[in-house]
Design a protein around this ligand. Structure first.
Ligand SMILES: [Zn+2]
Ligand SMILES: [Zn+2]
Length: 187
């Protein structure tokens, strides 16, 4: 009996470690990947709107990429490194570093960006149920200007992209869960 008990707790311990190690390793890889990227792109990653790459794209000052959709509030364009056939970014014209600087008053903006992305993908006959729509969470952001990813189909994504855009994870949040957290944030 005694032996069996310790054997099963050892197994549990081993299982836990077996799960924890790859998770810790993946987290470290993602952290290194995004911090290196951020450093290399520092010139463009300045949070001052005049130097921000995405502010330049949103205002039409910087091309390519070509804007696929534009309204008063946000633009949509194709991701420079698509993770699947359809991979677009929706970015607000106003500069926000990331989800972290948003509050309750931005729920409407994020909802409109999400709806805009869904409508845009649907206009391309994309099956929304096979798509990923969400935000990276700091420090796992490649560009310091709020951007919503819309990717489809998930079946085409590589293993590393599936990890990078994994929902739920602490580095990537679905648009729905971002909206939910903002609804509970301070005004
Ligand atoms: Zn910007
Ligand atoms: Zn991202």
């Amino acid at each position: 009996m005694c032996y069996k008990k310790s054997d099963s707790s050892f197994r549990k311990y081993f299982k836990k470690r077996f799960i924890c190690f790859p998770l810790a390793f993946l987290t470290l890889c993602l952290f290194v990947k995004y911090s290196l990227k951020t450093e290399n792109e520092n010139d463009y990653n300045d949070s001052s709107p005049s130097k921000c790459l995405f502010c330049g794209i949103a205002s039409g000052r910087i091309t390519p990429p070509k804007l696929e959709f534009e309204n008063d509030e946000y633009v949509i364009f194709k991701d420079i490194k698509p993770a699947a056939t359809y991979h677009y970014l929706a970015i607000p014209k106003q500069h926000f570093d990331s989800l972290n600087v948003l509050n309750k008053s931005h729920v409407g903006l994020v909802e409109r960006m999400q709806n805009g992305m869904i409508q845009f993908l649907a206009s391309k006959d994309v099956d929304i149920s096979k798509s990923v729509i969400g935000f990276h969470v700091p420090p796992f952001i490649s560009q310091k200007h709020l951007h919503l990813h819309g990717i489809s189909p998930v079946s085409e994504m590589s293993f590393s992209d599936r990890i990078s855009f994994m929902i739920p994870s602490f580095w990537f949040k679905s648009a729905n869960s971002a909206i939910e957290s903002l609804q509970h944030a301070d005004p």
